[in-house]
Design a protein around this ligand. Structure first.
Ligand SMILES: NC(=O)c1ccc[n+]([C@@H]2O[C@H](COP(=O)([O-])OP(=O)(O)OC[C@H]3O[C@@H](n4cnc5c(N)ncnc54)[C@H](O)[C@@H]3O)[C@@H](O)[C@H]2O)c1
Length: 470
């Protein structure tokens, strides 16, 4: 997915430097914040299928102004050190923007997971974890990985288990060494859907804010046409919530082998089942398929959600994008140059560091849950229970009737973990949008949401560096 003259890392760097022009920081501090602190390359061998296979991976730490540092681990055949550094920089910005107390990091293993069996992937993942551990690149207080492209809760469970084995005398906090784990291994309800759910809250926050242009003045997604690129974890959940709960019509889903379309709106759940059964979205009965055609994202629509790889929209195709609103669910899907072309055409872009922050927000909840060793939100649940008891007693006094027994338990229940996670996520996404909007209102010269988000975020990182005197 290339054809940009600027690479991913250069695009992030340009965005940084553009935002820095609105901040009054010393030159030394500017460079300190932009530069990636370290990138480790790990090479290791695993004996598989009767021979030795060599693997290469990376873990970048962009900024340690807050520790531990945090960021996903990607398993992808085209991964490289530059990509990992760009992603680590975005993690620094993202965590700062949504006020989760982590520095930025990211990792990758150059591997196509589809070429290996589950047992083989387990051995590779465990060896990779050993390499990270040896270099102090995994641990609850130092560096906390999470899922990204090509990884999920299974890989996180293996990593956590390998870390725990390496620390047999200190297993108490071992669970907090990665997030995105299965529930049975210390994960948190709602983590898998979190990034897609956050995308939904981001779109809603933008549309409901009277200061924005909305969708040509419209304030909701009812019947709006949406094109999605990338039908993986983030893309699937975003499309599911926006179509089932906000009434959007997902008219195109584009994947690496082509796209499917239905102007009436695709049935997202049925399409997912088809993808799981056949390994592709193509050939889905409820749509027309275009095999090998990568122009799905160029079809007319109200909203385009790139949720696959970086550099999906570049100088060569930016002029052909017809969406009014682009919602960056992926990291870096619009290059710096494409961003300028699109904005000159009046296209509004909601930036990645805000839109896809749901994953790290809920990862933070999971990390806190693992370190406190008490069920997530126990205090909040107790508070809600007490509040609801007071309301029930007041209602009983006013009506002179007892609260119906069948409703009582449900009403008094403070809320399950999933409700608390969702409401916490919603709260952070909405308040972060308000911060971005307020800043742009106060400083209209910033010009766009990406610059406003970068400025808000960098300012906090700068404050942290200045406070510790580096
Ligand atoms: N998983 C998370 O919690 C999370 C959090 C924040 C950001 N992100 C970002 O979201 C994006 C997607 O991550 P994910 O976790 O959903 O990964 P995933 O592996 O679950 O899904 C990615 C999907 O994109 C598809 N894809 C790959 N190349 C494509 C191409 N050229 N055209 C169309 N589709 C293509 C893949 O086939 C796959 O279905 C990445 O940029 C990732 O960094 C993920």
């Amino acid at each position: 997915m290339q054809a940009s003259s600027l690479g991913f890392l250069e695009s992030v760097d340009q965005n940084f430097r553009h935002a820095m022009t609105f901040l009054d920081l010393s030159e030394g501090l500017t460079e300190r914040i932009i530069q990636c602190n370290s990138t480790y390359t790990v090479r290791f061998g695993v004996r598989l299928r009767g021979r030795m296979y060599s693997f290469i991976g990376w873990r970048s730490v962009h900024s340690e102004h807050c520790e531990p540092v945090k960021g996903g681990i990607r398993f992808a055949p085209n991964a490289d050190a530059e990509e990992v550094e760009a992603l680590a920089a975005l993690m620094t910005l993202k965590c700062s923007l949504v006020n989760v107390p982590f520095g930025g990091s990211k990792g990758a293993l150059k591997i196509d997971p589809r070429e290996w069996t589950t047992q083989e992937l387990e051995r590779i993942t465990r060896r990779f974890t050993q390499e990270l551990y040896k270099r102090g690149l995994i641990g609850p207080g130092v560096n906390v990985p999470a899922p990204d492209i090509g990884t999920g809760e299974q890989e996180m469970a293996w990593m956590m288990d390998e870390f725990r084995r390496a620390n047999p005398t200190d297993v108490v906090n071992a669970r907090a060494c990665v997030t995105g784990k299965p529930l049975s291994k210390g994960g948190i309800a709602g983590r898998t859907e979190a990034t897609g759910r956050g995308v939904q809250f981001a779109v809603q926050s933008y549309l409901r804010d009277p200061r924005t242009a909305g969708l040509g003045g419209r304030r909701d997604l009812k019947d709006a046409s949406v094109i999605l690129q990338g039908f993986g974890n983030v893309g699937y959940h975003a499309a599911k919530f926006l179509s089932e709960q906000d009434g959007a019509r997902v008219t195109v889903v584009a994947e690496r082998d082509g796209y499917v379309t239905n102007p009436e709106g695709l049935n997202i759940e049925a399409l997912k089942q088809h993808q799981i059964c056949t390994g592709s979205i193509l050939g889905f009965a409820g749509a027309k398929s275009f095999a090998g055609d990568m122009t799905g994202i160029e079809q007319p629509c109200d909203v385009l959600i790139p949720a696959a790889m970086e550099n999906a929209i570049h100088v060569k195709n930016a002029g052909r994008i017809k969406a009014h609103l682009i919602v960056e669910a992926a990291n870096g899907p619009v290059t710096f140059e494409a961003d300028q072309i699109l904005r000159s055409r009046g296209v509004i872009i909601l930036p990645d560091l805000y839109v896809n922050a749901g994953g790290v927000i809920v990862s933070y909840f999971e990390w806190v849950k693992n370190l406190t060793h008490i069920p997530f939100g126990l205090m909040e649940r107790r508070r809600r229970e007490r509040r609801n008891q007071t309301i029930a007693a007041a209602l009983e006094r006013m009506t002179g009737k007892e609260f119906p027994a069948d409703m009582r338990d449900e009403f008094l229940e403070g809320g399950a973990e999933i409700d608390l996670v969702r409401s916490g996520l919603e709260d952070v996404m909405r308040s972060t949008w308000a911060r971005i909007g307020d800043l742009l209102e106060k400083q209209p010269e910033l010009g766009d949401y990406r610059t406003a988000a970068y400025v808000a975020s960098i300012r906090q990182v700068a404050d942290a560096y200045e406070a510790i005197g580096i």
